[in-house]
Design a protein around this ligand. Sequence first.
Ligand code: MG
Length: 177
Amino acid sequence: MTAKTASLQMRIGYGWDSHEFKAGVPLKIGGVDIEYPKGLGGHSDGDVLLHAITDALLGAVAAPDIGTLFSPFDPQWKGADSAVFLEEALRRARAAGYEISNVDSTLILAQPKIGPHAARIRENLCGLLGLAPEQIGIKAKTPEGMGTDNAAIAHAAVLLQKLRPSRQPGIPKKKTR
Ligand code: MG
C-alpha cells in the first residue's frame, strides 16, 4: 500500500453479478437454501448475491476480481460454497487495514419472491461478515421490461472504514499506564 492509499479513511466498493436459472440445481441466495424448482447455474454454487458482495469487497481494496481469484475454469471451485470466496475477500479487506461500515444490496429477479427469505439471508450475511443486521441492506425488485425473467441479478455496494489502530492486524494494543 502506498503512502497515498494508506491515509484513506474510507473506501467504497461495488459489485454486480447474474446467473441463469437451471432445473435440477438447488437454489442458494446469500448463502441460504431456498425451496424452488430451479436453482442458479454456474461453476460454483451460483450464489449471485455472495458473488456481488465478494466483488464489492475486492473492488473496495483494489484487489483482483472474483473471476481472477477463483477462475470458473479451475476444477477446484466446481460446486464450491461461495462463502469461501466472500471469506477471502473479507480477509483481503482486513489485511489492507479496513473493516466494513455497511453493505447494501439489490436483487433483481422475477421469482421466487425474496421477501419471505430476507431475514434469513440477512442473518446469514451477519455471520459471514461479522456485522449487525442494521449494517446490511437487502432489497429485491422484479425485472420489469428487462426480459431477464430466467435470471437472477445482484448489485452490491460496500463502504469500508479504516480499522482503529488497536484492531489492525499485527499492531499490538497500546498499553495505558
Ligand atoms: Mg457469479
